[in-house]
Design a protein around this ligand. Structure first.
Ligand code: RFL
Ligand code: PHB
Length: 389
């Protein structure tokens, strides 16, 4: 088999890249390790920046998002229960869209199949070969058979634990990492959200987040130590802890119900540089991870592939400047989102080694945000997403 771009991974990065290439008339094949049901049921991100919404519109995969997504012009910060609204729409003239990653993935898969974009699930033991040559090759096993795909380029969109980044020699890659001493325990429940907008809560017992997937489905998180076990968190314990951290005002509006999903996600900041090695390009979580506090992970995956698709389309028109600039261009945006996600995480969470002085510093900064439109604007500008350059 032969194609122009071999895409490893059918997460948001790989799927959106395939549609952008399709629109530009560039051929691709997507290889995904898991089966379709698994990929479509992974529960993750919930917030789309305006640039991500625009990219989905650009590729024509937006009908259901426009029908079912919830545009949000603001969110609240809670400091020990005291609420401050950040009016994103007034501060930046932009908003975000609440539309789950699960839905985005389903829409992109349905559209890929409808458009005849080759999308192969259950590709086992994917391996990359000769990535610095003009003819890179991908091999894998499917239904017990060895398969082989020749391509001009390989796009490594296979997430943090994928094979693409691992195929780059260690002396070529420089990595930067911060592992946080806590994770997020998340619960999904078919109950109405406690507010029509998100609430990010900093409490002396730790962070909490009130989010949603629709007007009838809530997504809540509480910060937990890395040593916590899921089995120790009954639904009742979760709701009690959430309500304490959100404070009495928001807690009075929380509707409790049985969890339909419950999981713990560790928090990490990570960047690998450069995002290109020969004819292999990394995009999305394969190249970088942000802690979820700023809601940037899925959005960075989308903007990486926007740059990459533009570069690859240019290459097939005889201009390789876009692919040559890809890594530096993407990393410039990635580092700004890394900074914001790290800052917002540091402001809102309880760190095990934070003393009384550290907590006062967090509360002083939250107080400053409460009273300063300038500070709110900095937060809002980053939250709605920096422009694509
Ligand atoms: P993905 O989604 O991990 O997809 C990678 C795909 O590659 C496949 N794969 C392989 N395929 C073939 N061969 C191999 N060897 C392979 N190894 C892996 C995998 O099966 C998978 O299908 O990466 P991608 O596309 O880069 O997308 C990144 C986003 O998924 C991620 O950044 C976000 O989910 C992060 N995130 C959030 N991002 C936001 O923008 N807004 C949010 O509100 C937000 N909330 C979150 C989040 C992530 C969370 N968790 C669970 C880490 C909330 C949480 C709790
Ligand atoms: C979510 O709804 O899953 C969500 C929302 C905002 C975040 C992270 C996750 O910052």
């Amino acid at each position: 088999m032969r194609t122009q771009v071999a895409i490893i991974g059918a997460g948001p990065a790989g799927l959106l890249l395939a549609h952008l290439l399709y629109k530009a008339g560039v051929e691709c094949v997507i290889l995904e390790r898991r089966d379709r049901a698994y990929v479509e049921s992974r529960i993750r991100a919930g917030i789309l920046e305006q640039v991500t919404v625009d990219l989905l519109r650009q590729v024509g995969v937006h009908d259901r998002m426009d029908r079912e997504g919830l545009p949000h012009g603001g969110f609240a910060l809670s400091a020990d229960g005291e609420l401050t609204r950040i009016d994103m729409a007034a501060l930046t003239s932009k908003s975000v869209m609440v539309y789950g990653q699960t839905e985005v993935t389903r829409d992109l898969i349905d559209a890929a199949i409808a458009r005849g974009i080759p999308l192969l699930f259950e590709a086992e033991d994917v391996a990359l070969h000769d990535v610095t040559s003009a003819r890179p090759v991908v091999t894998w096993r499917q239904d017990g058979e060895e398969k082989r795909l020749e391509a001009d380029f390989i796009a490594g969109c296979d997430g943090f634990h994928g094979v693409a980044r691992a195929s780059i020699p260690a002396d070529v890659l420089r990595t930067f990492e911060r592992v946080y001493p806590f994770g997020w325990l998340g619960v999904l429940a078919d109950v109405p959200p406690c507010d029509h907008e998100l609430i990010y809560a900093s409490h002396e017992r730790g962070f909490a987040l009130a989010s949603m997937r629709s007007n009838t489905r809530s997504r809540y998180y509480v910060q937990v130590a890395n040593s916590e076990k899921l089995g120790d968190w009954s639904d009742e314990r979760f709701w009690d802890e959430l309500c304490v951290r959100l404070g009495p005002d928001a807690a009075s509006r929380v509707t409790r119900g049985p969890s339909i999903e419950k999981s713990i996600a560790p928090l990490r900041s990570f960047v690998a540089e450069p995002m290109r090695h020969g004819n292999l390009f990394l995009a999305g979580d394969a190249a970088h991870i942000v802690p979820p506090t700023g809601a940037k992970g899925l959005n960075l995956a989308a903007t990486d592939v926007a740059y990459l698709a533009e570069g690859l389309a240019g290459f097939y028109r005889g201009d390789s400047s876009g692919i040559d600039a890809y890594s530096a261009r993407a990393l410039a945006r990635v580092w700004k989102a890394e900074r914001f996600s790290w800052w917002f995480t540091s402001l809102m969470h309880r760190f095990p080694d934070t003393d009384a002085f550290g907590r006062r510093m967090q509360m002083a900064e939250l107080g400053y945000l409460r009273g300063s439109p300038a500070a709110q604007r900095v937060l809002a500008e980053n939250y709605v997403g920096l422009p694509l350059h």
